[in-house]
Design a protein around this ligand. Structure first.
Ligand SMILES: [Zn+2]
Length: 281
């Protein structure tokens, strides 16, 4: 069973400001992504059975706000395949209550953070209650790391190195750094190598194939294939397109002496049962 650790649900355009929607046209070079989420579309682009972690996102600074209740409703409509995560924006009042309610009332099973989009650092001391809560209730935390198209989102907040103090203080919390921290993959790879419960996902990278090849070579040469998880970032891309991207990576090297990615390791990443790893079995 393939596990997609990174997909979204939201109501488009309702959950976004006009400013965000305008800036989102820069998300993928040469292509304007339709940000409408439909389960049928997601499912139709899965050529293998998939279980999927889904979240919305909250970041007032960037103009996105998806209520946790709508994630819970989406998951309730597809309980056999979907696992829902809650989201908080710790720069906004009431986030600690939203954290408890999302977990205790709505039954959401992990936490999604958007540090750069919301304008906070994950090692900020204001977040200590969040990390303690995640540790106490065994909630995995997936953070956006790497860049974005949003002008007002500070790059300083997104660097993978800022996870290190958190991983040192809370080594038991399962943490996933999204998008291999692109284009700070080197920083991401050294963080996941050092800290046993810190992982990274490969979502939304295949459509920049030359960069993706370099990123996965970093993974390979540092020996951290076992810390890398499959993810899509739907609706920015799909399961089938991500599988195609991964499986065709070495074809780009035909006729060159460049080192190959280990296809057995790629297959193992896709076959690995990620849910027990994250405490979500
Ligand atoms: Zn995402």
């Amino acid at each position: 069973m393939l596990i997609d650790v990174h997909s979204h649900f939201w109501e488009y355009p309702r959950d976004f400001t006009a400013d965000f929607r305008e800036q989102a046209k820069r998300a993928r070079a040469g292509l304007e992504v339709d940000l409408t989420v439909r389960y049928e579309d997601y499912h139709a682009a899965c050529r293998v059975p998939v279980r999927t972690i889904v979240f919305g996102g909250k970041a007032r600074l960037s103009g996105v706000w998806v209520e946790d209740a709508s994630i819970a409703r989406y998951v309730a409509a597809h309980p056999d395949t979907l696992i829902g995560f809650l989201s908080v924006d710790p720069t906004q009042p009431g986030w600690e209550k939203e954290l408890r309610d999302g977990h205790e009332q709505l039954g959401l099973r992990g936490i999604k953070l958007l540090p750069m989009y919301a304008g906070f650092r994950p090692d900020d001391e204001r977040l200590e209650p969040l990390w303690r809560y995640a540790a106490k209730h065994k909630l995995p935390v997936l953070l956006h790391t790497g860049t974005t198209f949003v002008s007002q989102a500070p790059l300083e907040c997104t660097l993978p190195r800022h996870i290190e103090p958190v991983a040192v203080r809370h080594p038991e919390v399962k943490i996933i750094l999204a998008h291999l921290g692109h284009p700070y993959e080197g920083e991401c790879v050294v963080v996941i190598r050092k800290h046993p419960n810190v992982y990274a996902d490969i979502s939304a990278l295949h459509y920049r194939p030359f960069q993706f090849y370099h990123s996965l070579m970093l993974v390979q040469e540092y020996g951290v294939w076992d810390k890398v998880l499959f993810g899509t970032d739907y609706p920015f891309t799909t399961v089938n397109a991500t599988l195609d991207g991964l499986q065709s990576m070495n074809r780009m090297l035909d006729g060159t002496a460049l080192p190959r990615l280990d296809e057995a390791k790629i297959e193992r990443m896709m076959e690995r049962d990620t849910l027990p790893l994250l405490g979500l079995a």
